[in-house]
Write a protein that binds this ligand. Structure first.
Ligand code: ADP
Ligand code: F6P
Length: 483
């Protein structure tokens, strides 16, 4: 029986070492959280990295790591420190990530990183080929593995290969600055189907293909000498039922079952019943606009002092890529901004920002989503932003307001949110004011529309659509050959 082979840099499970023992926790990030339910419900294996380097795993635990992965139908790819530095911290996160998010000033072009990136992509491709059987569907994910589709194609010309890019694809004018632009495009074109979150990313990719490689592009198909590659947009959804039912269960918790965090949130609400909580959740990443958000919040308090003691920003940032200098600098900048704003506005009974720098268990995310009246998500660029969708899915009483940057892929499907430009502080401050004062009836109207759409296009539907299109693309390829 044929299976689906999912490949991403990171597995949905993260393994760490605690007192010479292995600890398994879920990975954070849109790709892992989104795709997990497709993997759980289907007949698939998932190939990726566990989060530990080869050097970090003690000899006597090496087999256990494999076993832990296997328990969740995963196959672990071993990466050593040198590979991780060049491939992950290097080319993936110091070249592709900033370039594809339009942070050209952060983009490095290091030949050694590129060489390691190629080598590690080949390592992933080889592991896929070890597990591949005729008829399997191969689904490669994201910018860390851009070369993998063609590496598989070279060994298995008939394989059915899909590729999905979870981050933006930049405009031709930006992409063309990459020294290895031809190799990257050729790598991706090894797939039969290439998916993006939005139509704009799809268009940018096709434009680069036609201008750099000079391939003929007809509507959304690229004509290669021996086959057609289809390019399409599939906006990724969330596991809607999971978030909705977690929120419903949450409201049924008895006082003893509540988390400490929920008790603190309730205490805040009891002490200040008219005060509003504003939530932000992201990986700590410069693309997420966290510093801008803090400055805009400060601007709002400066200009609307009547809201002092009446609102609080609950900001959760999860540590991410902390070996990359820009992430270290951003961490310091955020620490300083939070300190300055809290120092400037705090009163004896109130601090404007609660800042958590850590990953939180799922239950606590639900505490936050369900307790906060407003979600403020202001990325400078973001492929999709699943947090926006998760917030909406948990608002089971239909109240709550989402303020969302127009630079997030999610904004294209979430018109009922208050859409802002993350660089326009007046607009953000205006949206915060509008959200605080929005009548409940209007909140419910907007929320219900958002929920209806998200429920319909869940992550299951997204994955099914992608796989169905992939199967059709393969069928078309076969008929193309027989002409
Ligand atoms: P990205 O993929 O860039 O990280 P997304 O918003 O698409 O951004 O996805 C982030 C995912 O990570 C969401 O599913 C969210 O629930 C999860 N997440 C974000 N912050 C935390 C945190 N502090 N603790 C646990 N999970 C988190
Ligand atoms: O969604 C974008 C993405 O980079 C995923 O590829 C990745 O899993 C996630 O964000 C988290 O990043 P990282 O794997 O570098 O911690």
């Amino acid at each position: 029986m044929s299976k689906t082979i999912i490949i991403s840099n990171r597995l949905p499970l993260q393994i760490s070492l605690e007192n010479d023992d292995l600890k398994v926790s879920p990975s954070v990030g849109g790709l892992a959280t989104g795709l997990k339910s497709f993997h759980r419900d289907g007949d698939s294996i998932w190939i990726g990295w566990t989060g530990l380097t080869e050097e970090e795993i003690p000899e006597h635990l090496k087999e256990d790591v494999k076993e832990k992965a296997k328990e969740e139908a995963c196959i672990s790819v071993n990466l050593n420190q040198e590979e991780l530095d060049g491939f992950y911290y290097g080319f993936s996160n110091r070249t592709i990530w900033p370039l594809f998010h339009y942070f050209m000033e952060f983009t490095e072009a290091d030949k050694e990183h590129w060489e390691t990136y190629k080598r590690v992509n080949q390592k992933y491709a080889d592991i896929i080929l070890e597990h591949y059987e005729d008829g399997d569907h191969i689904w490669v994910h994201d910018y860390q593995l851009l070369l993998v589709p063609n590496m598989i194609r070279e060994q298995q010309p008939d394989a059915i290969i899909g590729f999905f890019n979870h981050i933006p694809f930049p405009s031709y004018e930006v992409f063309r600055t990459l020294p290895w632009r031809e190799e990257v495009l050729k790598g991706m074109l090894g797939a039969d189907l290439i998916g993006f979150h939005t139509y704009d990313y799809e268009r940018h990719f096709l434009s680069s293909v036609s201008r750099i490689l000079r391939h003929q592009v007809d509507f959304n198909e690229v004509a290669l000498p021996d086959r057609i590659v289809k390019v399409d947009s599939f906006p990724m959804g969330i596991d809607y039922n999971k978030f909705e039912s977690a929120a419903l269960n949450h409201f049924e918790n008895t006082a003893e079952e509540q988390s400490e965090l929920q008790r603190r949130l309730d205490h805040h609400l009891e002490a200040t019943p008219d005060a509003k909580l504003i939530l932000s959740i992201d990986r700590l990443d410069y693309t997420k606009g966290i510093a801008n958000r803090l400055r805009a919040f400060e601007y709002f308090l400066d200009n609307s002092p009547r809201y002092i003691e009446k609102i609080r920003l609950v900001m959760l940032a999860v540590p991410s890529r902390s070996n990359v200098p820009q992430y270290q600098r951003l961490k310091r900048e955020i620490d300083e901004l939070v300190g300055r704003i809290n120092g400037k506005f705090s009163t004896v009974s109130w601090t404007p920002i609660w800042y958590f720098y850590r990953s939180m268990p799922f239950e606590n995310l639900i505490d936050l989503y369900t307790s906060c009246d407003i979600a403020l998500l202001t990325p400078i660029r973001d492929g999709m932003n699943l947090v926006a969708k998760e917030y909406v899915a948990t608002r089971t009483n239909h109240t709550g307001v989402l303020i969302l940057s127009e630079m997030a892929g999610a904004a294209q499907e979430m018109n009922e949110a208050l859409i802002i430009n993350p660089n326009n502080f007046d607009q953000i401050a205006g949206a915060i004011e509008q959200a605080i004062n929005m009548p409940e009836e209007e909140q419910m109207q907007r929320m219900k529309m958002l929920q209806k759409r998200l429920k319909r296009y869940s992550v299951e539907k997204w994955a099914q659509d992608f796989m169905k299109t992939l199967r059709n693309t393969k069928a078309n390829r076969d008929s193309f050959k027989s002409i």
